[in-house]
Design a binder for this molecule. Structure first.
Ligand code: ATP
Ligand code: MG
Length: 419
């Protein structure tokens, strides 16, 4: 991608009202645009990051047998009235369809997936079933203020698992828990597994929390055994596992997994004929992961005062070529026989792309070197390569996360990037 063509360009000023750090950096760097509180447009850079996070999640969900589906955002209110959530869920967006039918915008999908599975299973042979989707969710959050951390429209992965027994469900729950750890490891985002309450439909749940002072959640971590629990479960300052003392920390919940009680299954008569011929209620679990919130959390954790520092796994591009002295001709200068900086930069850009390296090339001729460097720092792509008249046959390489620059020839660079 050539930066001269990329829409939009970086902003010099922090947009007014952007109170959180992820919103400030992501907006200034041109990843997202806020439309209203908690609602964003994802521009090319931002969409690429979401896509990379989604792909990592997808890979791990497929690895534990998940079947990817897409359920509707627009849902009939009937099922929500059945479960009682039409009135009990205060973040529910309600609207009217043709002939005044009550509709809602999906904040989660139990009310769709339970009847769907109930309609399509008969016996124990039809189980287990694991369905997941990566889809936009709507919640009318009263405090949609922290940029991507709390949206009113946001991207979530939600998986629902259905089993013949609690034992089978618990085995799968354990697999899902490990898959979550693998996802965050691949992304490069440290998470703390935290015990939490399950609310109305589960007795316990497991949260995946990212430690950062900007987090909205409060968790307690044992200084001795590292056991972590959510605030709602803490009744003394002692660790329930080892009796050690607990330390209070701020964190962002990026994922949450629940073994479900039978309430939903009973409402929707989600049952099957067991091997012994008995009609039996299905045991289920649900597994949520905030894709867009994870993107926000990455920015909250990985940045410096100049901008974002993306982990390689989710960066919008791997390499940012900063082309200096780009005014020169694209062809070899007839008089000197010298290769212009422009020609050299174009050549490297093409070669890297041919090697399947994702490159953003700042080819602009109308901004200063200083501005280009500032933009590269703000955008936060892992490797910066400077090509100018001065660099000769070598390329100047700097990692966004490090201070030192190195000089490599092209072949060495490609080898380094491929490793
Ligand atoms: P929270 O406690 O933060 O309100 P939740 O427990 O209600 O979230 P779940 O219903 O379990 O969230 O949703 C699964 C995941 O979706 C959460 O772990 C979080 O990462 C993400 N998520 C939930 N609400 C939002 C939101 N308003 N904006 C962005 N991501 C969200
Ligand atoms: Mg929660």
């Amino acid at each position: 991608m050539k930066y001269s063509k990329l829409f939009p360009k970086t902003l010099k000023q922090t947009p007014t009202g952007a109170d959180s750090l992820n919103l400030q950096f992501l907006t200034r760097a041109g990843f997202i645009h806020q439309e209203m509180a908690g609602v964003y447009t994802y521009l090319l850079l931002g969409w690429r990051v979401l896509d990379k996070i989604s792909d990592i999640v997808r890979e791990e969900m497929n690895a534990i047998g998940g079947q990817e589906v897409i359920m509707p955002v627009l849902q009939p209110a009937d099922s929500w009235k059945k479960t009682g959530r039409y009135t009990s869920m205060d973040v529910l967006f309600k609207l009217k369809g043709a002939s005044e039918a009550d509709l809602i915008l999906g904040p989660t999908h139990e009310e769709i997936v339970y009847p769907l599975v109930a309609e399509n299973i008969e016996s124990y042979k039809d189980l287990p079933i694991y369905l997941y989707q990566i889809q936009v969710k709507f919640r009318n959050e009263p405090r949609a203020k922290a940029g991507l951390l709390r949206g009113r429209e946001f991207l979530m992965k939600d998986l629902y698992s259905f089993h013949v027994s609690d034992e089978d469900r618990d085995n799968y729950y354990e697999k899902a828990r490990k898959a979550y750890l693998e996802i965050f490891k691949k992304i490069g985002l440290p998470v703390i597994e935290t015990k939490a309450g399950g609310g109305t439909f589960s007795s316990i749940s497991q949260e995946f929390q990212v430690l950062t002072p900007s987090g909205e959640d409060t968790i307690f971590i044992c200084k001795d055994c590292s056991y972590a629990i959510n605030r709602e479960l803490v009744d003394s300052k002692k660790c329930p596992e080892c009796g050690g003392s607990l330390e209070e920390k701020k964190a962002i919940e990026v994922g949450n997994i629940f073994p479900l009680k039978r309430a939903f299954a009973e409402v929707f008569n989600l049952s099957f004929i067991a091997a012994d011929g008995q009609k039996t209620i299905v045991s289920a679990g649900c597994y949520g992961l905030g894709i867009s919130r994870t993107m926000g959390a990455i920015v909250e954790v990985f940045h410096d005062d100049k901008g974002i520092i993306w982990p390689e796994s989710v960066a919008p591009f791997l390499v940012h070529i900063v082309g200096l002295d780009m005014e020169g001709p694209l062809t070899r200068s007839a008089r000197s026989g010298q290769v212009s900086a422009r020609e050299k930069a174009e050549h490297i850009y093409n070669l890297l792309q041919a090697e399947s390296v994702e490159v953003l090339f700042d080819d602009r001729t109308d901004v200063s070197a200083g501005e280009k460097f500032a933009d590269a720092d703000l955008i936060g792509i892992p490797y910066r390569i400077v090509v100018s008249k001065k660099t000769g046959d070598k390329l100047e390489i700097k990692k966004r996360s490090e201070k030192e620059t190195r000089f490599l020839i092209l072949e060495e660079l490609i080898k380094m990037l491929k490793d």
